[in-house]
Design a binder for this molecule. Sequence first.
Ligand code: C2E
Ligand code: SIN
Ligand code: SIN
Ligand code: FE
Ligand code: FE
Length: 378
Amino acid sequence: MPKIETQTPTDKDKLDLLVEFGWRVSHETNLDALLELTAKQITHILGVKRCFIFIKDENAGELWSKTASGKGLKYTEIHLPLLGPSIIARVCKDGHTINLPDAYADERFSKDIDLVTGFKTNSLLAVPLKNKENITIGVLQVSNKTDATPFSKKDEGLLKLMANLAAGKIEIAKLYDEVKLSNLETIYRLAVTAEYRDQEDTRRHIENIGQVSYLIAKGLKLEEARAETIRHASTLHDIGKIAIPDSILLKPGKLTAEEFDVMKKHTVYGGKILEDAKSSLLKLAYRTSLFHHEKFDGTGYPQGLKGEEIPLEARIVAIADVFDALCMKRCYKEPWNIQKACQFIISQSGLAFDPRVVQAFKKNFQKIKALYETDAKK
Ligand code: C2E
Ligand code: SIN
Ligand code: SIN
Ligand code: FE
Ligand code: FE
């Protein structure tokens, strides 16, 4: 494979680089990573100072760009109105290439982006990103060649070629991203529904449970994808509280034994709500909501499972849940200080909690602590 170098490649190198570009683009499924990769490669292969990839969002009526390779511009987000006067919007609308040898001399060019970024555009080349149906899904825009010459016909051809190689992949990654996002949004809203009656700050509570569970999973060296799934699934652990009456859930004082028996059923209700789920995320949410009050020594509920009979994810969420409950104000208790809550978790190693999971909690405790300390300042 040819090495990526800072020098502008020769024509022969360019061919090799294009082959590599096509290969790499076809193997990246994450939208952000794909956009970054595409912009980086284009910047190098064409020998330009800057590359923007704008994606059309018809619902929002705009074109957005997150990737911007080039000095000082990493991850700037730019939004342009689809119906606006920009060159980008024009290329998107007409589907034609625009090549400006001297941008500031052209009345179609707007300096708005330059004013925000502090980058001075000299020459500019913009081509549409078209999918298989020839529908424009976005715009590739490069500016300022490193050798300070205007863009040639050959540059246009090269950029169009790369636009063709990337467009289909970008479209699929974008669709996939949207499905994923709408799924997570739904899950998040479900979690809010479950928690908002007995939590002072539902959003923060849900994010903390997710993040602490994630950090424990990482401390156990679980794979990133699995840790991410645990983050999202854990937010639903108390979904069964939906079925607990206010008189019990919101009781300011201590619960009677009978009331606590009703309260305990939130695990079973959670299991009922999520049983027979088909997606791996909700299957996991099923196990964590049903088993997050099981204890390692077998004294928990609802089934009194012991040790490794309890799914690992439920052993993780058990710690995240108790730690969070201790640190937060509840209608029945005042918040504990973080250090005391940590000591409590450690004291329950081998009793309520799996010692291995407690170790993972300790390993990442600084990060967990930082999370709650930031909260306290908000
Ligand atoms: P939750 O508020 O989310 O608390 C989760 C778990 O954190 C509790 O599970 C318990 O293991 C731990 N925890 C919370 N506060 C304390 C505390 O002050 N000291 C200690 N040592 N541990 C604490 P648990 O006990 O199975 O309770 C399950 C749920 O039942 C709680 O969820 C809460 O919604 C409710 N609950 C428990 N006790 C009371 C109570 O005295 N009054 C009311 N109104 N609700 C309660
Ligand atoms: C424009 O589309 O008018 C501005 C493009 C740019 O600044 O890169
Ligand atoms: C989610 O995105 O699943 C909820 C919020 C979070 O975990 O940060
Ligand atoms: Fe619970
Ligand atoms: Fe809880």
